[in-house]
Each structure stands twice: as C-alpha cells, then as structure tokens.
Design a protein around this ligand. Sequence first.
Ligand code: AMP
Length: 192
Amino acid sequence: MAPLRMVILGRQGSGKGTQSERLTETFGCIHLSTGDVLRAAVAEGTELGRQAQAVMDSGSLVGDDIMNGIVRDRLSCADIAAGGVLLDGFPRTSDQADALEAILGGLDHRLDVAVNIEVPIDVVTARMLDRGRSDDTLEAIRRRLELYEEQTAPLLDWFDARGLLATVDGVGTPDEVFERVVAAVELHRRRA
Ligand code: AMP
C-alpha cells in the first residue's frame, strides 16, 4: 500500500491528539505537528524558537515563509517520503495549503485526504472545562475556539473544493471515532 499522506483538523478538545496517535500506529506514517516542532525549537533556544516564541505567546500565527520552510524540509526527509505523513496544525491558512500542494507536487506526491473531526463547540468547551487546566478559563477557551473558526473555515473550503475533505463525527468513544476516521481514510485512498 502506498504511504498515507493526510491532514488532520479539529477544534481543541476534539480528540485530534488521540486519533493522531492511533492513525500513525495503524498506517505507519509519521506525525508531523508544526506546533510540536515550534515548541521543541523554543525549548532548545534555537533562532527559530526565539522568533516563534513571542508570536506563539500572543496566540497569533507564525509567518507562512517560516512554516512552509519547516514543512518543506521535513517532507523531503527519507522517513516521511517512504512512510507517509500525518500533518497536524499545518496547513493553517489557504496560502499554506497552496504551498503544501506545491511541496508535495515537487516530490511527486499528493495528499490523500484531510479529515476534520467535528465536535460541536458546546461539547469541546465542556471537555476543556472538565480537564481543569489553569489556562482553560471559559473566556480563554472561547477566544481560542473563535480564532480556530476564523482560521479554519477557509481551509475547509480549500480541501472541499479539491474533493479532499472528509468530515467525521467526533462525538463518541475514542474507538468509535477511530473507526469512522479509518473508514474515511480508506474511502479516499480507494478513490485516489
Ligand atoms: P498548535 O500546537 O498546533 O496549536 O500550535 C501552537 C502555536 O504554534 C500556534 O498558536 C501558532 O502560533 C504556532 N503554529 C503552529 N502551527 C502553525 C502553522 N501552520 N502556521 C502558523 N503558526 C503555527
């Protein structure tokens, strides 16, 4: 089977992290979270980390040039070229989606599917309040969800226009949601 190349989308609290872990185990692809890459750079105190930290702290987006460069470098690595990739947190904008298409095209690869794990806002809000983290005040949760909505809506249209979008009901047990995600992935791979 050809390596899987997919994007995962979902609000905070949608269970995207859990599903990503299971997907990489099942399909053998590599989890590339651009948020994790940036956090590691901040922890290591690299030049990238220094540039990214202030932007991340303010809740804004790191510039497309930096992000596209990170993803271009990683997608060209042998492990991902051979094993496939689960992109998490990238693309965040339609410009990044265009860049992704170009990067993959340059490697003679293409995206199989973008899975959007759909969990209603009131459900994710309740889940986040439940975990009781100190940065999870109702106001902070609302602000992050609003920002996500603003950023992601155009992306969903971008994927949908290319027949790549699969929206999966994310309400249920992790097992139930995983079954739906795998079914969506398999369906798109058969179509590809
Ligand atoms: P995440 O863990 O995906 O929520 O990312 C944490 C932070 O890293 C975001 O709030 C952004 O500041 C930055 N970031 C991660 N991925 C991207 C991206 N694709 N484009 C721009 N900024 C990003």
